[in-house]
Design a protein around this ligand. Structure first.
Ligand code: ADP
Ligand code: MG
Length: 287
């Protein structure tokens, strides 16, 4: 029997909290020498909280799009997205009792943001692009916050900043991976400042920021065989599919889980180390 058959047959995989998709998945665990790690929702909990809402430019008294209205419109659109930022915005709006508008023509661009029509406006929520927005951003990024713009009818009206937390198990997991000879590489769609703060905190010297989904895929291809990928988002799916061992967070998106070889059912990072240790141990006993 293959290690995988033993693993599944014994139910040990399930008890460890890992779900295995492909039969060969864990056979590759012994060849791994690198692991690409997504930041948001993977190394961090992805449970964002709004720290600040800044209005960009001046508030026009005619259309009354102040910070609250920007959040309300943004949440109306994000109600259709599974992104951690989207979940945080909707939760925030619900806690405040804001009534959300019906959104139509919803479109999501992985690693970029979302756009839809709400309350008669075209609302885009995502990367900050305008000069005024970017000026607002500089100071917020220095604090390591993740910031997004709310654009209404083509004009960025607000910049919203979110704080996220590194998961309690992350540091331990990275140390354990290193002991197994697997070097971490941080790759994120977020800004250089937000990524830098996490990389420094975790002691990861190789970190790439502002990487789009195709960029994540390219990094996996450049690193070559023996590279695992751990992620949670739609933006991680191409990289998860192309890596030697794709690992999805159980609390992440369906797209990530479908592209991955294994899923960490309980959203517990530590399980990745257990899975690699076990498969290596089984390999040894079988030879
Ligand atoms: P990561 O690689 O760290 O998981 P993502 O690629 O998911 O990050 O997101 C990168 C950036 O794209 C975010 O920081 C945000 O600016 C923007 N973004 C992506 N999806 C959304 C969304 N649903 N709402 C708002 N912003 C988004
Ligand atoms: Mg992510």
């Amino acid at each position: 029997a293959t290690p995988m058959a033993i693993l599944v047959g014994s139910g040990r995989g399930a008890r460890m909290g890992i779900l295995i998709r492909g039969p060969e998945a864990l056979e590759h665990a012994r060849e791994l020498h690198q692991i690409v790690l997504d930041k948001t929702g993977t190394l961090t909990s992805g449970e964002f909280e709004i720290h600040q809402a800044s209005v960009v430019g001046t508030v026009s008294p005619i259309d009354h799009i102040d910070a609250v209205e920007a959040i309300r419109l943004a949440a109306s659109v994000e109600a259709h997205s599974e992104h951690p930022i989207a979940r945080a915005l909707v939760a925030h709006a619900q806690q405040r009792g804001y009534t959300l508008s019906e959104a139509s023509n919803f479109r999501s661009i992985p690693g970029e943001g979302v756009i839809a029509t709400a309350n008669g406006h075209t609302v885009r929520v995502g990367r900050v692009r305008s000069e005024a927005g970017l000026a607002e951003l500089a100071e917020l990024e220095a604090q390591g916050l993740t910031s997004i713009a709310v654009e209404v009818d083509g004009t960025e009206r607000a910049v919203l900043s979110f704080g996220d937390r590194i998961r309690p198990v992350t540091k331990r997991t990275i140390n354990a991976l290193r002991e197994l000879g697997i070097e971490p590489v941080l790759v994120s769609g977020d800004s250089a400042a937000a990524v830098g703060a996490v990389a420094t905190e975790l002691g990861i010297p190789q970190a790439h920021a502002e990487v789009r989904p195709e960029g994540k895929l390219r990094i996996i291809q450049d690193l070559g065989p023996g590279t695992a990928m751990l992620g949670d988002g739609v933006n991680d799916a191409p990289a998860l599919a192309a890596s030697t061992l794709g690992i999805a967070m159980g609390g992440g998106t369906d797209a990530a889980m479908e592209a991955a070889d294994i899923t960490l059912v309980r959203d517990d990072l530590g399980a990745v180390v257990d899975a690699i240790r076990l498969s290596r141990a089984m390999r040894r006993t079988m030879i």
